[in-house]
Design a protein around this ligand. Structure first.
Ligand code: 4NP
Length: 155
């Protein structure tokens, strides 16, 4: 079974959106998977996703309101096959926690699914308006779609 972890800063905007979108697409494609998300800052631990993230996904029939923010933990390296980060800060943070090359091979920028090797950031929408959340949603949706296509080809 495929096990995928998304990582962002607060685990209330970008990574819970990616988690919800990918879980929905994998379910529709009949692909068994575990999808989760976490963050690196403790400000929002235990909180629901941001109301704007809940709203933009609800519009597309995806309910992410059950997620509760949590921090990255070392055992995530064992529990997941792929660890997708949203930007270079998370990449640095996860790499710092890695214990060996096996851990490091699991880590990648999520947007590299669309533009391999470019290490592009999904911009943090938290300080911006609903439109920023719509843009992030569209980016994540496109990357999730491409990821599911890739997985479908390899199984
Ligand atoms: P996220 O957005 O990393 O996409 O969940 C953020 C949420 C909260 C904060 C930063 C980014 N914060 O500083 O509290």
């Amino acid at each position: 079974m495929l096990k995928i972890l998304f990582v962002c800063t607060g685990n209330i905007c970008r990574s819970p959106l990616a988690e919800g979108i990918l879980r929905d697409k994998l379910l529709r494609a009949n692909i068994q998977a575990i999808v989760d998300s976490c963050g690196f800052e403790s400000f929002h631990v235990g909180d629901k996703p941001d109301s704007r993230a809940i709203a933009v996904s609800k519009k597309r029939g995806i309910d992410i309101s059950g997620h509760r923010a949590r921090l990255f933990r070392d055992r995530d390296f064992e529990e997941f096959d792929m660890i997708f980060v949203m930007d270079s800060t998370h990449h640095k943070n996860v790499m710092k926690r890695s214990r060996n090359s096996d851990d490091q091979l699991k880590v990648d920028y999520f947007l590299n699914v669309l533009q391999p090797g470019q290490n592009l950031d999904v911009p943090d929408p938290w300080y911006h308006d609903l439109n920023a959340f719509e843009k992030v949603y569209a980016q994540l949706d496109e990357a999730c779609e491409a990821f599911v296509k890739r997985v479908t080809k390899t199984i």
